[in-house]
Write a protein that binds this ligand. Sequence first.
Ligand code: FES
Length: 113
Amino acid sequence: MAFEKAADLSALTENIPHRVDVAGVPVSLVLVGDEVFAIHDTCSHQDYSLSEGMIWDCAIECSLHGSMFDLRTGAPSSLPATTAVPVFPVQRDGDAVLVDVTAPMNDAPYPDH
Ligand code: FES
């Protein structure tokens, strides 16, 4: 486990994706209620930033072609994407949001396009 600071909680706006770089990995942080989710920022369909998308309940919608990904599992729930996106564990330390990009919580491949 290698948690690194990704952002200040106070800098996040609920239901608005926030793109950060954690140890060289692009990550989209999303505050939903009082929980912060961390999902790889690159869509599994094409090379496009998920942080450009919108949040629906606990899913992020890729704004390029509309695939939805569950923020808890990274799994797509609509086409054209058919492959999950890595999701990462999040911890909080005071106002700091910590993410471990070395220990994804699913077996999704890192997007390589
Ligand atoms: S690039 Fe995300 S659905 Fe196509």
